[in-house]
Design a binder for this molecule. Structure first.
Ligand code: PLP
Length: 382
């Protein structure tokens, strides 16, 4: 079977995890801050807060920006459900912004139109969560300009996009956002098995993220509101969670981070081969926008014969080629239909969904396996 994505684990990765197993600290040791510091050094962001998943990172990112009951959070319908669920965890309302029909990323034009209407009705969002689908950057300059104009905060869901750049900025630098979230699930660009990271340049946000990650507990001498009781004393200020990353996971993530540039280069090399060898077929690749370099988490195409998508998917799967579809629009999930969304709410997202197919792409995809994917797809489309 050729999967759509898979991790690449080296002997160095294994050694790094074994070293932690033999050390004094399985969790809350030195590997977590080392991983955080390495991501700050890589991205240029001032702070990084490691957690046990990107889902947890999105949840505490919303909380750190003050999202609660009565607030609105907007995201893209073409994403994994976690990008929307995080708002509901906080008791806020979630809504969606339609996508650009070619990239599947949040459309700044649709966002502007929705903001104008929301301003009229007094229903402006507190937070907007653009998602960098495939690792291809959204038009962040345009989204950030709307943030300044309409007063919302921005969380970038960069689960697909560690290693991507746009306008000369590394995603994760938070140049255009308050917080950027990465995922280290094994299908993503680098992995810590499970894990996530919230990046920010704001010390106040970082302090909140750190507290929410660990039960809402604070330990800094300057943070206490009651008199110090002694060396054992700490205070709980918020209702937080245990979302901590372990040192085993951090050691794996840190080791993988050292190969991030290699992974991104390999993914791009393979994407260029797909681009050229698929160019005569009735399909259009989902490309990064000009001025950006994508980490290429996913290689996605739009089929021209949309009525054949399911048949092509089934045929390739039957041949052991694990194509995929990213994603069924979130607003059409039964859970969201029950909350008032319906077919026709986001027409570009729904049309995009009908056309897309994700082809296998990962650094260890061999030339012969990639050629098989290309040949089988060409046979289907002949
Ligand atoms: C994978 C993913 C997440 C969730 O990441 P986890 O680390 O599995 O919690 C969130 N958003 C997007 C767009 C994703 O692809």
């Amino acid at each position: 079977m050729i999967p759509y994505g898979r991790q690449d684990i080296s002997q160095d990765d294994i050694d790094a995890v074994v070293e932690v197993l033999q050390s004094d600290w399985l969790t809350q040791g030195p590997k977590v801050p080392a991983f955080e510091q390495a991501l700050c050094d890589y991205s240029g962001a001032k702070f990084a807060v490691a957690v046990n998943s990107a889902t947890s990172a999105l949840h505490i990112a919303c909380l750190a920006l003050g999202v609660g009951p009565g607030d609105r959070v907007w995201t893209s319908p073409i994403t994994f459900v976690a990008s929307a669920n995080c708002a509901l965890y906080c008791g806020a309302q979630v809504d969606f912004v339609d996508v650009n029909p070619e990239t599947g990323n949040m459309s700044p034009e649709a966002l502007r139109a929705k903001l104008i209407e929301a301003k009229r009705q007094g229903t402006l969002p507190k937070v907007v969560i653009p998602v960098h689908l495939c690792g291809h950057s959204c038009d962040m300059a345009a989204i950030a300009a709307l943030g300044d104009e309409y007063g919302f905060k921005i969380i970038e869901d960069a689960a697909h996009a560690i290693g991507s750049r746009h306008d000369g900025h590394i995603l994760g630098s938070c140049h255009y956002s308050d917080i950027t979230v990465f995922s280290f699930h094994p299908v993503k660009v680098i992995t810590s098995a499970e894990g996530g990271m919230a990046m920010t340049n704001c010390a106040d946000i970082e302090a909140k993220l750190v507290a929410y990650r660990s039960h809402g507990i604070v330990k800094g001498p300057n943070e206490m509101v009651r008199p110090d009781e002694g060396g054992w004393y700490y205070e709980q200020h918020e209702l937080g969670f245990n979302y901590r990353m372990t040192d085993l996971h951090a050691a794996l993530g840190l080791s993988q981070l050292s190969r991030l540039d290699h992974f991104v280069a390999e993914r791009n090399r393979l994407a260029v081969i797909y681009d050229s060898k698929l160019s005569d077929l009735p399909l259009t690749p989902v490309d990064p926008i000009p001025g950006s370099e994508s980490a290429r988490h996913l290689y996605m195409i739009r089929l021209h014969q949309i009525e054949r998508r399911r048949e092509i998917f089934d045929t390739l799967r039957a041949k052991g080629i694990q194509v995929h579809v990213h994603y069924f629009p979130v607003h059409l999930q039964p859970y969201y239909l029950e909350r008032g969304f319906k077919e026709g709410d986001f027409v570009h997202a729904e049309a995009f969904y009908q056309q897309i197919l994700t082809l296998p792409l990962y650094p260890t995809l061999t030339a012969s396996d990639q050629q098989r994917v290309i040949d089988e797809l060409a046979t289907c489309l002949a």
